[in-house]
Design a protein around this ligand. Structure first.
Ligand code: KIV
Ligand code: ZN
Length: 390
């Protein structure tokens, strides 16, 4: 049976922590509206205790899209943070409080300088307090992937008994590898389902070793029911798990994962572009799914194969992620077939055989001089050729 995976977008909280990615309230609301069109299930809108501006942004997002999307915001395990979250999200229809507290020895010793039992009690008290405000509370065991398993489990057990309804397992510093992270999630899931089968198991990965998507998918394969992701993988350091990669991974390999999401994939590219426009941070050209070259094919052999049947070299239709049409970047190695296709796709008549041959010679001369030939080059080539014929 296909499982539906809950998608929480944290671009406006974890993503926005990136230097240079600061958005104003208006921009955040605009982006949240696009996330609603993308049909994410949940938005983590910010960290309201961090500043008055963040509080206001979370509040505006809750008001503007909280009718259709579940809204949360981040709190440390302290009363004032939890109060700030509650007051900023309470106008949404389905709000929940997100509490984070570390479970690794490094966090317990170096960050809190308290005993493990004392830190665990802080978490339990925070959940109990949050439950007096809202029925749904997410608890994140920060740095879970570097934590001692029995202490991690002891914490999860205690906060679930205190009322946590979502357990989020973060790979905070991107240290995990897929097999190991998948196994961690399998073990937690097995115990969690025995403890309380209604509690949702969630994961949140970072990309320090370039494995955030692989770790997230390994977690899904091993029972995770919710994924925390950002558009374009935006996030501190090497970033977070990219929403578009996980969603398309689950879609393209549906038979393998037996999972689906509610994401409207035809909105993916638009969402990615809006984020780059708002933040000024471009994605790398070869980025999976949303990079400029993600659907561009430049070798002659690939272009010829694609033109015979797209499935030869394409596992995702560009239209599925909202790309208007497949762009073939032409080079001196592109054959007549690819060039003719480009000319026709732009609405030009390719003329008789001799005329086309003359045009193709001009194309080869141009391609030799400038490596890649784009649509605007083809446009110039054809119009110039026609003008000389007048
Ligand atoms: O990376 C992390 O551990 C986080 C938590 C707040 C979930 O961002
Ligand atoms: Zn994070």
């Amino acid at each position: 049976m296909t499982r539906n995976i809950i998608v929480l977008d944290t671009t406006l909280r974890d993503g926005e922590q990136v230097p240079g990615a600061k958005l104003n309230v208006h921009q955040k609301v605009e982006f949240a509206q696009q996330l609603k069109r993308l049909q994410v299930d949940m938005i983590e809108a910010g960290f309201p205790a961090s500043s008055q501006g963040d509080f206001q942004a979370v509040q505006e997002i809750a008001k503007s899209v909280g009718d259709a999307v579940s809204i949360t915001a981040l709190a440390r395990a302290v009363k004032s943070d939890i109060d700030a979250v509650y007051h900023s999200i309470k106008l949404a229809q389905d709000p929940f409080i997100h509490i984070v507290l570390g479970t690794s020895n490094i966090h317990v010793d170096k960050k809190f300088n308290r005993s493990k039992d004392a830190v665990l009690q802080m978490g339990v008290d925070a959940v109990k307090y949050a439950k007096t405000l809202l029925p749904r509370v997410q608890y994140s065991t920060e740095d879970a992937s570097r934590s001692d398993f029995e202490y991690l489990w002891k914490t999860i057990e205690a906060v679930v008994k205190a009322g946590a309804t979502i357990i989020n397992v973060p790979d905070t510093v991107g240290y995990a590898v897929p097999e190991e992270f998948g196994e961690l999630i399998r073990k937690i899931n097995e115990r969690l389902k025995n403890l309380n089968e209604d509690v949702i198991l969630s994961v949140h990965c970072h990309n320090d070793l370039g494995m955030a998507t692989a770790n997230t998918l390994a977690a899904v394969k091993n029972g995770a029911e919710k994924v925390e992701v950002t558009i374009n993988g935006l996030g501190e350091r090497a970033g977070n798990t990219s929403l578009e990669e996980v969603v398309m991974g689950l879609k393209v390999r549906e038979n393998y994962y037996n999972c689906s999401t509610n994401i409207k994939t035809t909105e993916l590219l638009r969402t990615s572009k809006l984020l780059t426009y708002l933040t000024g941070l471009d994605v790398q050209v070869n980025k999976a799914i949303t990079g400029e070259n993600a659907f561009a094919h430049s070798s002659g052999i690939h272009q010829d194969g694609l033109l015979k049947d797209k499935q030869v070299y394409e596992i995702i239709s560009p239209e599925d992620v909202g790309a208007e049409s497949m762009e073939l970047i032409l080079t001196a190695r592109s054959g007549r077939h690819a060039f003719k296709n480009a000319v026709e796709r732009m609405g030009f008549d390719t003329g008789d055989a001799a005329d086309f041959e003359a045009l193709f010679e001009k194309f080869l001369a141009l391609a030799d001089s400038k490596k890649e030939v784009y649509d605007h080059d083809v446009y110039y080539l054809v119009t110039n050729h026609r003008a000389l014929q007048q």
